[in-house]
Ligand binder design. Structure first.
Ligand SMILES: [Mg+2]
Length: 279
């Protein structure tokens, strides 16, 4: 990757070398309205302190672009559960990208061969945007964005449970895995959100020439590895239950979604700056 970052705003390290890495749905974004409004104060604070805020979710590149624009975020971001990382180019024109394991084309190729072996499924690549919209509840426009993929394929299983187990085994032979979510099974490389976090940590350590501490925020089971890999973990309570996590620097937000994100991050930053100034 060509990393000429001379004019990037974060080329100069913040007073405290911190990076925030966050899940989106149910964490920075409200579970129902998808709004980040309640986190505005903390987002502004990060900008003032020159601390990067890296979005790390299962969303696609195009979905992330839209959100970054809405929230005026200019930092690197991690898509599709750690599958792909995008770092804005210093000239403001596009991104340097890094696929951590398997590219979308490589995944589609494996799926094609498995289908020929008789496995039955329908992936996003087999569906029109209208079909994806009907299945996900997204608008047709947003479904179109969700169909532009970099490193994973959601699919609906139409075979038997036994065949699904065989399919899972077959994927392993190709160094792919199956992550089963609510509506879809996701075929992806052996990456997770923690790989995205580590990539960003190394990115800023190289850029700032010093060790970096990472604050991670998340609410779901698929955030567990990312939270564990962070120096400071903030668990946002989920709708149904709150993730149970063992971590030496753990904070559990008292509110769900962006309100909890805002309050807990602000108080952690406050404590870290107090601690730095008293030492
Ligand atoms: Mg979430």
């Amino acid at each position: 990757m060509n990393m000429n970052t001379t004019t990037h705003p974060h080329n100069t390290p913040p007073e405290l070398p911190l990076v925030v890495v966050t899940d989106l749905d149910g964490s920075l974004l409200d579970h129902h309205s998808y709004s980040a409004q309640a986190a505005e104060k903390a987002l502004k604070k990060l900008r003032t302190l020159n601390i990067p805020c890296v979005f790390n979710s299962s969303k696609t590149f195009d979905e992330m672009l839209l959100l970054r624009e809405t929230l005026d975020n200019r930092d690197p971001f991690v898509c599709e559960n750690g599958g792909a990382i995008f770092i804005p180019k210093s000239n403001g024109n596009g991104y340097n990208s890094e696929i951590l394991h398997s590219s979308y084309l490589a995944i589609l190729k494996v799926l094609h061969s498995l289908r020929q072996q008789g496995f039955q499924f329908r992936g996003f690549n087999d569906m029109t945007a209208t079909e994806v919209a009907a299945l996900t509840g997204l608008s047709v426009e947003d479904a179109h964005l969700a169909k532009q993929r970099s490193a994973s394929e959601p699919l609906v299983w139409t075979g038997t449970e036994k065949q699904l187990e065989e399919f899972r085994q077959a994927l392993t032979m190709h160094n792919l895995r199956l992550l089963s979510g609510g509506r879809f099974h996701h075929v992806m490389g052996p990456n997770d959100k923690a790989h995205g976090l580590e990539f960003c940590r190394h990115h800023y350590e190289a850029l700032w020439q010093q060790p970096v501490k990472v604050i991670a925020l998340g609410d779901g089971e698929n955030d567990r590895a990312m939270l564990s890999a962070a120096d400071y973990a903030i668990v946002i309570p989920g709708i149904k239950n709150t993730l149970e996590l063992q971590h030496p620097q753990l904070r559990i937000a008292s509110k769900a979604g962006p309100a909890g994100w805002n309050e807990t991050l602000l108080s952690l930053l406050d404590d870290l700056f107090k601690e730095a100034h008293s030492g």
